[in-house]
Design a protein around this ligand. Structure first.
Ligand code: PEP
Ligand code: MN
Length: 364
């Protein structure tokens, strides 16, 4: 994806002391007591840099709790004053933005059900013109990278430079292990296209269940994400929304302590050793490609020979023999069997394509 985004580094607007950014808080602000107790307990644990809470809740179906709205904003302003922690809320309309800013909310996020709609995102961008507030953008519910990028472009168009992506996974048509499929490759693609854009993992909305939070959070850190946003409630089972995926502030602390942050080591030895290994990989890859090209040259000869003797391209017995013997050799070399199988399927497909091409050429 070609484009450019003018984005400031995360540590220019939030100090995490070199650690991954942790945003914690309830799915929804429910009552003043629930907000106050939850945030106090999170603050006491000491891991959070930002508090999250949903005030306007876009629910999939009507009739469920849709958030306390403006009434919840003074509760958040009060815990901010008490703990000194900045507050993030979800905004979905220009009026939400106006109210959030009026009550001193520090960070806004755009939810997955809003990112899908360019008109909606443009309305938010228009309302943000001339405002200096960080905006986090969740991936759209559908796995469409361009739609996600488009939302960044619209918000950037309003002059916002403090932006980050929140990867919360994508809706499933069928029952799957996770509530939302992570489809990590999409986020990796976003990171590759916009290396300067910070990315925050949202294991809560990927998981849907407490039991999967740890593995998803660890995976995000292994992919070098800049932070995590995780839902925490004083009494998760009693939560008015997303009850089964929330953790108590203390359980979240325990989980965060068990996560491993793979710190990049900047020692000179580390870098030169890494460079040496990467150079080896580069050389081996070059050889791999040369070997493949040599194989293709033989395939071309084979195609000509088959053509001149009027033999069909695909000889099933031969393919079975290739398949079995390569699987056998791969096993002896300790290669992952599925990888060997997929690799030779690809090579075989290309070999058939090449031979078919040769078949249809007139002999020289
Ligand atoms: C939330 O963060 O509580 C929320 C509604 O998330 P999403 O937009 O990812 O569904
Ligand atoms: Mn939620």
């Amino acid at each position: 994806m070609k484009a450019n985004l003018d984005v400031l580094p995360l540590n220019s607007w939030i100090d995490t002391n070199g650690k991954p950014l942790i945003i914690a808080g309830p799915c929804s602000a429910e009552t003043e007591e629930q907000v106050t107790e939850t945030v106090r307990r999170i603050a006491k644990e000491g891991y959070a840099h930002v508090i999250r809470a949903g005030v306007w809740k876009p629910r999939t179906r009507p009739g469920s709790f849709e958030g306390m709205g403006e009434a919840a904003l003074p509760w958040l302003a009060a815990v901010k004053k008490e703990t000194g922690l900045p507050i993030a809320v979800e905004v979905a309309t220009p009026q939400h933005i106006e109210l959030a800013l009026k009550y001193g909310i520090d960070i806004l996020w755009i939810g997955a059900r809003t990112t899908v709609n360019p008109f909606n995102v443009q309305d938010l961008a228009d309302a943000l013109k001339g405002v200096d507030v960080p905006v986090l953008i969740k991936n759209p519910v559908n796995p469409d990278l361009a739609l996600w990028v488009g939302a960044f472009e619209r918000i950037a168009g309003a002059g916002i430079k403090k932006m980050a992506a929140i990867h919360r996974g994508f809706s499933n048509a069928q029952e799957t292990k996770y509530r939302n499929s992570p489809m990590w490759q999409l986020a990796v693609e976003l990171k590759t296209s916009f290396p300067q854009l910070p990315i925050i993992g949202d294991p809560s909305h990927m998981a849907g269940k407490r039991a999967y939070l740890f593995e998803l959070a660890q995976r995000a850190l292994d992919l070098n994400y800049d932070g995590l946003i995780i839902e925490s409630h004083r009494s998760p089972d009693d939560a008015w929304s997303d009850a089964s995926q929330q953790l108590t502030p203390e359980a979240l602390g325990e989980m965060l302590r068990e996560l491993e942050v793979r710190k990049p080591s900047y020692g000179e030895d580390f870098q030169s050793e890494l460079d040496k290994l990467r150079q080896k990989i580069d050389n081996i890859d070059r050889e791999l490609l040369e070997v493949l090209a040599a194989r293709m040259a033989v395939v071309e000869k084979l195609g000509e020979y088959k053509r001149d003797n009027n033999v069909a391209v695909l000889q099933l017995d031969r393919w079975k023999q290739v398949h079995n013997s390569r699987a056998e050799q791969g096993k002896k070399l300790n290669l992952y069997p599925e990888m060997v199988e997929e690799l030779f399927k690809l090579i075989h497909m290309e070999s058939i394509r090449k031979q078919t091409e040769v078949m249809n050429q007139q002999p020289a």
